[in-house]
Design a protein around this ligand. Sequence first.
Ligand code: ADP
Length: 263
Amino acid sequence: FEVYGAPVMSNRGKLKGIVIVLHDITELKKLEQVRTDFVANVSHELKTPVTSIKGFTETLLDGAMNSEPLRENFLNIIAKESERLQALIEELLELSRIEQSYFKLHWQNTDLNNILLEVYDLLKEKAAKKNISLKLEREGDTRLEGDPSRLKQIVINLVNNAIMYTSDGGHVSVVLKENGESVELAVIDTGVGIKESELPRIFERFYRVDRARSRNSGGTGLGLAIVKHLVEAHSGQINVESEMDKGTTFLLKFKKQQQNETE
Ligand code: ADP
């Protein structure tokens, strides 16, 4: 609590009483904490690849350059860490853009099934490399009001995660269904699963259940935070169900028509 006090005087200057204002600043403190944590997280995430790039560059300059295998190995690491850094910066900028109040969707009548087909083309090779079967199913009229590029971003993130967190030989299916005034999308995988206690946190910025696994697969920990924002910007809902070592299902629900379109 923040406490303010002030005396109340009578017309003749005598003390009549004291007014005390108690201001509950729990929410404010929480927001401040979230901001501080975020800055700490960003700094840490940026520092890790930079430290690695710096270290390997110095080792090369100190003589490792003369050894052909070392040179190749170190340069590959530097290239990979630079890519990571770039992905991180791009996702941070994206998140910050989406969180700005002037962020607007470009509403269009969109068939979610077409978006699924595009995402399938983008990710089929990645799935094939891991021998993961990637299947699409569709039922009913799957057109809705939405921003096609943002809807695509949502689906790419979810399917990419499904492939990333599923072992070789597993299955990923994307099921699209008309349901009354809504269109529902399920991204189902037979992957590693997420513990129940972790589920509520996975949409937080930088939250990763297995930091090493996520890092190795090029994950930034920002994907689901971006997805959640974009789904909510569409007045949609996103839920997740998961069982350890069995798999995970992300369920999304979008209204076909928006009530208050901004554009
Ligand atoms: P990342 O870049 O690490 O994938 P995300 O924000 O996309 O970040 O996801 C946050 C965390 O949620 C991941 O690090 C992972 O631990 C978990 N996760 C997301 N999708 C899945 C999935 N399909 N199966 C298992 N775990 C998942």
